[in-house]
Design a protein around this ligand. Structure first.
Ligand code: G3P
Length: 216
């Protein structure tokens, strides 16, 4: 499963990119606001750090304006992926922009039917928001499973980019369900490796090794 960082924090992206674990980056208007930076400048800097797809989201909601903003974002770098909301205007714009050879990430997906439309429109990625469905008592993982089954039925190329990931269990469950990508905050990636038995076991090994008086 590919890991994308869900942040516009360049320092965090630079740090995690050096681990070799980062396959791409996703941003959205809220993350750009949090960064306090100009969208074009911060996306350019991120695209210079990460080789994989970097999602930048349009602000327009109407078809023509989405096309104009999408084409503007695409000029920032070759690895820019245009992020469009999964509305009918977004679906129509996705069709045009993918036919122009651009990568498109359809975001704010909350149903399998939205994902089906995105695949038919040639989307590169579909972003089902797991955490926000869980927040209202629905089952975000069920959506990932439904989309996986539908995409496999028709061999759609669109990649499932599991988003709104909040916990390490979301990451594990997405991998089990066959999501192609998980986009997550840096803090979640950091938690993936942690286990108290690993820490205590290592501490014991090091103590016993010290007792041997040996060195390698
Ligand atoms: O960036 C898209 C998605 O990952 C947002 O997550 O936690 O704001 O629902 P969240």
């Amino acid at each position: 499963m590919k890991f994308f960082l869900d942040t516009a924090d360049v320092d965090a992206i630079r740090h995690w990119n050096e681990t070799g674990l980062v396959d791409g980056v996703t941003t959205n208007p809220s993350l750009i606001l949090k960064s306090g930076r100009d969208i074009t400048e911060v996306l350019k800097e991120i695209c210079d750090i990460v080789q994989g797809p970097v999602s930048g989201e349009v602000a327009a909601t109407e078809y023509d304006a989405m096309l104009e903003e999408g084409r503007t974002l695409a000029k920032i770098a070759d690895n820019i992926c245009i992020k469009l909301p999964t509305t009918m205007d977004g679906i129509r714009a996705c069709n045009v922009l993918t036919n122009e050879g651009e990568m498109v990430n359809m975001t704010l997906c909350f149903t399998a039917n939205q994902a089906l439309l995105a695949a038919k429109a040639g989307a590169t990625f579909i972003s089902p928001f797991i955490g926000r469905l869980d927040d209202i008592g629905l089952d975000g993982m069920e959506l990932i499973e439904e989309i996986r089954a539908i995409y496999d039925n028709y061999v759609y190329d669109t990649e499932i980019l599991a988003a709104s990931i909040r916990t390490v269990n979301h990451v594990k469950d997405c991998a089990l369900a066959g999501a192609d990508v998980g986009t997550m905050p840096p803090s979640t990636i950091e938690q993936l490796v942690k286990h108290p038995l690993t820490d205590s076991g290592l501490e014991k090994f090091l103590a016993d090794w010290k007792e041997t008086g040996q060195s390698i």
